[in-house]
Design a protein around this ligand. Structure first.
Ligand SMILES: Cc1cc2nc3c(=O)[nH]c(=O)nc-3n(C[C@H](O)[C@H](O)[C@H](O)COP(=O)(O)OP(=O)(O)OC[C@H]3O[C@@H](n4cnc5c(N)ncnc54)[C@H](O)[C@@H]3O)c2cc1C
Ligand SMILES: *[C@@H]1O[C@H](CO)[C@@H](O)[C@H](O)[C@H]1NC(C)=O
Ligand SMILES: *[C@@H]1O[C@H](CO)[C@@H](O)[C@H](O)[C@H]1NC(C)=O
Ligand SMILES: *[C@@H]1O[C@H](CO)[C@@H](O)[C@H](O)[C@H]1NC(C)=O
Ligand SMILES: *[C@@H]1O[C@H](CO)[C@@H](O)[C@H](O)[C@H]1NC(C)=O
Length: 458
């Protein structure tokens, strides 16, 4: 046999090695992690570094979840149209350093200094954007009463009435915060029916640490390419990631190994793991292959969700420095009605605009896309954008529904989050991700590191 033929045989053996081991298609690990977004990827890297063996199952072909980065094919300029900023915290720095991702601290620049405030027919309305600073101080004073919710759903007992109030009623009770309402709404994009959400969720979304970072700076990747985090994590994790993987059935028994059947493009893989970590949105219809018991199904069945959609659009005719925020004249705090456009921002790529869309519930992607395109037509008709030849075109579009997972104020009052947290470790299964804390990568890493990893490392 020639050397090159030998090489081919060797390469073939090597390629097939993971799938032809003694027990066909069985992978044995300390921890099986489901969901390779922000939470799951962090947990996988940290557990590996602490000496545990892991397998990470991700349904998409890349890691990163809500992190979306677009690379212009001609200039290679990158634009983050999903996750953009991180907290200036030691944990985040340590994680980025571990992954060799260069970071810097940046005070946010919220688009141009003179944004347009537009209504849903893309008409400018007379709106004097109030100075939010005093309102934010009054808001921070309220936040400061509940430091434990910055770490997780650690609610005082009994749960203070203010945390349960729909945020609109909370604002009516503390009118000094009113001037900051619009700012909090725009920062907290994705919260859906903002004024009807229990104040707890608004507080968790826009907490003290964020307010601090607004003035002293957020941590950002030096490359403005947040996918770098996940690209490097993919290399670190190597074959421990099963991409395009879907759990199709699970056997979970108390005090015994978990067994998962996972469909992948290479056939079904059997994973046997001592512990299971579920880091996907824990909506019941996304959890139906995990052999839930009634207690688990009852809790996950309570989650409602909002819809949040992000896109990059070209050929719009909008001027290069165009920024707009949606408002509704006459509405409380001028908040726009959703479903609808949140904002439009110019990006680092010329003629490519970042358009965010929100809804109190999931809506179909073709509906969102049509709404975005017809909004651009209105902008053109109203003279904000030049008429261009050809149609506006999506260069990227991503649905992030189901986004914010919430339960009613009544369920919160009845101890939903105590019940949810008491699932940690039940049937050798642990949980992390946004529904267990808040829609914020840094905060989720902090929660995972502080409360979930110690259990998985036992
Ligand atoms: C447009 C946008 C902008 C944002 N901006 C910021 C920001 O600037 N800073 C910030 O900190 N946070 C931001 N967030 C919020 C942040 O993205 C989330 O807090 C964080 O990503 C949540 O992490 P997670 O791991 O819970 O979920 P995700 O990151 O969504 O990860 C879940 C993963 O599980 C996978 N998955 C789902 N179902 C299954 C299944 N059945 N089997 C296998 N895999 C599955 C998904 O594909 C995904 O990879 C933003 C979110 C959006 C949508
Ligand atoms: C975790 O978050 C809390 C609350 O914001 C903060 O005080 C703490 O410093 C964070 N931990 C790390 C390691 O960054
Ligand atoms: C870390 O990143 C720097 C800059 O991107 C690169 O030059 C270096 O080779 C990287 N080191 C490792 C170990 O990946
Ligand atoms: C956009 O740029 C133009 C010319 O460069 C300038 O005249 C205009 O004031 C800018 N508009 C905004 C909203 O910043
Ligand atoms: C938007 O504003 C314009 C101009 O003020 C007005 O004519 C139009 O009716 C408004 N549209 C909506 C949906 O409020």
């Amino acid at each position: 046999m020639s050397l090159s033929a030998l090489k081919v045989v060797f390469a073939l053996c090597f390629l097939h090695a993971p799938f032809t081991q003694s027990h066909k298609n069985t992978i044995t690990r300390d921890v099986a992690i489901i969901g390779g977004g922000s939470a799951g990827t962090f947990a996988a890297v940290r557990l590996r570094d602490e000496g545990k063996s892991v397998v990470l199952v991700e349904k998409e072909s890349i890691l990163g979840g809500h992190t979306n980065t677009y690379k212009d094919p001609e200039t290679w300029v990158t634009v983050d149209y999903g996750v953009e900023i991180f907290h200036n915290q030691q944990l985040v720095k340590d994680y980025f350093n571990r992954l060799n991702v260069s970071w810097t601290i940046e005070v946010p620049n919220f688009g141009s200094s003179s944004p347009h405030y537009l209504n849903s027919s893309a008409n400018s309305i007379i709106y004097e954007s109030p100075d939010p600073r005093e309102g934010l101080l009054a808001y921070a004073e309220q936040l400061a009463k509940y430091p434990s919710i910055e770490r997780g759903f650690f609610l005082p007992d009994p749960i203070p009435e203010d945390l349960l109030l729909p945020f609109g009623q909370f604002l009516a009770k503390y009118p000094g915060i009113g001037n900051a309402a619009y700012t909090i709404f725009q920062y907290g994009q994705g919260l859906g029916d903002f004024l009807n959400q229990p104040t707890l969720y608004v507080f968790k979304n826009f907490g003290l640490d964020i307010i601090q970072d607004i003035s002293t700076g957020f941590l950002v990747t030096t490359s403005s390419d947040n996918y770098e985090i996940y690209d490097h994590a993919t290399k670190v994790l190597g074959p421990d990631v099963l991409f395009n993987g879907q759990v199709v059935s699970t056997q979970r028994r108390d005090d015994q190994a978990i067994e998962l059947d996972i469909e992948t493009p290479f056939g079904t893989q059997v994973v046997v793991a001592k512990k299971l970590l579920i880091a996907i949105p824990q909506k019941l219809d996304n959890m139906n292959h995990f052999a839930l018991d009634t207690r688990e199904a009852n809790l996950f069945g309570k989650f409602e969700n909002t819809g949040y959609y992000t896109s990059l659009v070209k050929n719009t005719g909008l001027p290069t420095n165009f920024t707009s925020y949606s408002v509704s004249s006459g509405a409380p705090y001028n908040l726009p009605t959703l479903p609808g456009i949140y904002s439009i921002f110019a990006t680092a790529i010329e003629d490519v605009f970042d358009i965010k869309y929100g809804s109190p519930h999931s809506v179909p992607d073709d509906f969102v896309q049509n709404e975005i395109l017809s909004y651009i037509k209105k902008l053109q008709a109203n003279g904000y954008a030049e008429k261009v030849s050809g149609e506006p075109e999506f260069v990227a579009y991503k649905s992030h529904a189901p986004f914010e997972l919430t339960v009613s104020r009544d369920r919160i009052a009845k101890g939903f989050y105590n019940d949810l947290y008491s699932l940690q470790g039940h049937r050798n299964t642990w949980y992390t991700g946004a529904a267990f804390h808040t829609q914020d990568s840094s905060m989720i890493w902090n929660y995972t590191e502080s409360y979930v990893l110690p259990e998985l490392l036992k």
